[in-house]
Design a protein around this ligand. Structure first.
Ligand code: SF4
Ligand code: SF4
Length: 134
């Protein structure tokens, strides 16, 4: 089964026995970045990603589904106010997802290097633990 994103290979192969029939794919062309879907996802697999302008990635941030963690519950589709999430057959989701993702499309069109996202700030809990261990 061809997956264009190598990072998905292992996760997809592991999900043979309990594989959801469908996965949620966000069409970022219609996403306003309202983040309503994030609140409804029971497994926290919808992630905030940089906006479409590589020079201003913090402007109009978007969201995308981390497919290997999606359980196909359809809640995000139901509650997205802009109806820009679709349930897609498991195999097709891995092919369609990059096509509906702004950054992938734009970087390809402009032949630009993808913007490096800043490393996530350590969580407060981890910072406090580090202080205790000093
Ligand atoms: S609810 Fe819909 S419009 Fe809002 S962030 Fe999620 S996918 Fe985008
Ligand atoms: S289908 Fe369910 S698990 Fe998958 S992204 Fe949407 S809310 Fe999350």
């Amino acid at each position: 089964m061809p997956y264009p994103e190598p990072k998905y290979l292992k996760a997809a192969d592991l999900r043979v026995s309990r594989r959801p029939k469908q996965l949620a794919v966000i069409n970022q062309g219609g996403c306003t970045g309202c983040m309503v879907c994030i609140d409804f996802c029971p497994v926290d697999c919808i992630e905030i990603v940089p906006g479409p302008d590589p020079d201003n990635p913090t402007v109009h941030k978007l969201v995308q589904v981390d497919l290997p963690r999606c359980i196909g519950c359809t809640l995000c589709v139901k509650y997205c106010p802009w109806e820009t999430i679709e349930m897609v057959a498991f195999e097709d989701a891995y092919v369609i997802s990059p096509e509906w993702t702004f950054r992938g499309v734009i970087d390809e069109l402009w032949e630009r290097e993808p913007v490096q996202v800043e490393a996530e700030r350590p969580k407060r809990r981890d910072r406090e633990r580090a202080k205790v261990n000093q």
